[in-house]
Design a protein around this ligand. Structure first.
Ligand SMILES: [Zn+2]
Ligand SMILES: [Zn+2]
Ligand SMILES: [Zn+2]
Length: 155
């Protein structure tokens, strides 16, 4: 993401927060920026490391967690449960409604691509879960993949 895209995305994120009654404070914005600038998902500790290495004031991991929670509730970042790491949402600058995300995670370079799952697949999945007597709590999918580049490199 280049500087201009980053600036546009952050402005859009600010509007989204304002719209839902939240506020994208300077610290929250900086944390989001860390994730937007990262090529791979980061743990809360890694986010804190990057933030602290580029700012004068140190932010304790607890504050980073709180900010990540906020950003997650605004759908600006997503948590990958399988890796316990965070990624910035790929659709912040988009105008369409956010759908249930599906994450393709490259097992080789850790690159992540966020795509939307079609509702019919989720409905079917949900039905299977119900049939098994369970209740679906989180329909976000995280799939282990090889990205295009790594597939080429492996060939
Ligand atoms: Zn998203
Ligand atoms: Zn989009
Ligand atoms: Zn890869």
């Amino acid at each position: 993401m280049n500087k201009q895209e980053l600036a546009n995305t952050l402005t859009k994120a600010e509007h989204m927060c304002a719209h839902s009654g939240g506020r994208l404070t300077e610290k929250r914005k900086r944390i989001l920026e860390v994730l937007l600038s990262s090529l791979t998902p980061l743990s809360a500790y890694e986010v804190a490391d990057v933030y602290n290495s580029t700012s004068e004031s140190n932010m304790p991991p607890m504050s980073v967690y709180r900010i990540l929670d906020f950003l997650e509730s605004e759908q600006l970042v997503h948590k990958l449960s399988s890796a316990n790491k965070y990624v910035a949402c790929s659709h912040i600058a988009c105008d369409h409604k956010h759908q249930i995300p599906q994450f393709l995670i490259c097992s080789s370079c850790q690159n992540v691509k966020e795509i939307a799952i079609s509702k019919s697949i989720i409905d079917e999945l949900d039905q299977q879960v119900v049939d098994a007597g369970y209740k679906l709590m989180n329909s976000q999918l995280e799939l282990q993949c090889l990205c295009e580049r790594c597939t080429h490199n492996a060939a």
